[in-house]
Write a protein that binds this ligand. Structure first.
Ligand SMILES: Nc1ncnc2c1ncn2[C@@H]1O[C@H](COP(=O)(O)OP(=O)(O)O)[C@@H](O)[C@H]1O
Ligand SMILES: [Mg+2]
Length: 359
């Protein structure tokens, strides 16, 4: 059974529709991420599940029970937002215990649960301190402890790591995932950060302009994007105009002006018909530069000229020209990167390509 179900959810603000007929099944115990650019409706969706906003249309169920009319304090949900919002004049232990106040829980049991929550977020000894005595990352752990102390049915997290600086954010995402797995709580996580979504999620729900573009495990969404939007939002992609000219076994034969005919795995082109115009998605990190004349193995190769070199430390992002087109390639640095103006060979393996229908 799904822990959370959204059925044809619509949210209008006056004449603006922020969420269009959104449907979603979130399995029990899973970590599901709503991913999309700012303004695409992630927070609005989460707030409807939380009970902070009423949907204009549609149904929301938790544990199979319709909850549209159940008030927020009866939904048994744990909430964490970007600005951790701890009470400054309460101790950490009082902050964490806050959620238990309106539940009839004996004092000893409450104390035990608060300590267990603090242990879980690896801050066992800070109960007597006040929020301002903790760092931002520690305060965010306390906000998480406060959300899980009530043993929620669902944990709702709205960009909880965004306010932290980059290194801490990466540590915290590992930590957050560890805690979620440990207690097995169904979690809906909101972020605009694709690497966060890829690293943490069982399922990613990619959203754009209030609509769901694609739902799937990180690898599927990344390797087999369902739309041009998804291909561009998760990583850097080259999108080429192409024509499907037929099928050979498990491959669709896709013809492009730059690379000629490419046998694209049919599984990576689920909605493409055997004949007619298509778009070919080539991820920037799947396009490899090599010296001309070097063996190409099973790759298709074309000549190109390096136009721009954007050095990134571990990797280089190249903009190269192949005929009429500029393409981008992100390559790990092996020896010395190619320089601007260098003649190179561009390599592409057919199995790394995906095809999309022309919308
Ligand atoms: N209370 C509101 N009144 C009017 N428009 C709103 C309100 N809340 C959100 N919106 C609009 O709905 C859209 C989605 O917002 P939001 O869900 O916050 O996006 P996200 O969290 O993905 O950045 C945005 O265009 C936003 O301006
Ligand atoms: Mg938001």
């Amino acid at each position: 059974m799904s822990a959370v179900t959204l059925k044809d959810i619509v949210k209008r603000f006056a004449d603006f529709t922020a969420v269009h007929k959104m449907s979603l099944e979130i399995p029990e115990g899973s970590f599901v991420t709503l991913l999309g650019p700012s303004g695409c409706g992630k927070t609005t969706t989460l707030r409807m599940v939380a009970g902070l906003l009423d949907p204009s249309e549609g149904e929301i169920a938790i544990g199979g029970r319709r909850i549209n009319d159940v008030p927020i304090h009866k939904r048994n949900l744990g909430l964490v937002f970007q600005n951790y919002a701890l009470f400054p004049h309460k101790t950490i232990a009082e902050n964490v215990a806050f959620g238990l106040k309106y539940r009839s829980i004996a004092r000893d049991e409450a104390r035990r649960r608060v300590q267990a929550a603090l242990d879980l977020v690896q801050l066992p000894d800070v109960g007597e301190r006040y929020p301002k005595q903790l760092s931002g990352g520690q305060q965010q752990r306390i906000a998480l402890a406060r959300a899980i102390v009530i043993e929620p049915d669902v944990l709702l997290l709205d960009e909880p790591l965004s306010a932290l600086d980059a290194n801490l954010r990466e540590d915290m995402r590992v930590e957050l995932k560890r805690i979620q797995e440990r207690i097995g709580v169904t979690t809906i996580f909101v972020t605009h950060d694709q690497s966060e979504a890829l690293a943490m999620s069982d399922q990613i729900v990619v959203m754009s302009k209030g609509r769901v573009e694609q739902v799937g495990p990180p690898e599927d969404v990344y390797n087999t994007p369902a739309s041009e939007f998804v291909a561009n939002f998760l990583g850097a992609s080259n999108i080429l105009e192409a024509n499907c000219v037929g099928r050979e076994g498990e491959s669709l034969i896709v013809e492009t002006s730059i690379f000629g005919r490419i046998p694209v795995p049919a599984g990576k082109a689920p909605k493409v018909s055997d004949e007619g115009p298509v778009k070919l998605v080539v991820r920037a990190e799947k396009l490899q530069l090599a010296a001309r004349g070097a063996p190409a193995g099973d790759a298709i190769e074309v000549d190109a000229i390096v136009e721009t070199v954007d050095y990134q430390g571990q990797a280089v992002r190249y903009f190269v020209r192949a005929g009429e087109r500029q393409l981008q390639a992100i390559n790990l640095i092996d020896e010395r990167p190619f320089s601007e103006g260098a003649p190179v060979s561009l390599r592409l393996r057919p199995r790394d390509c995906a095809a999309l229908p022309v919308s």
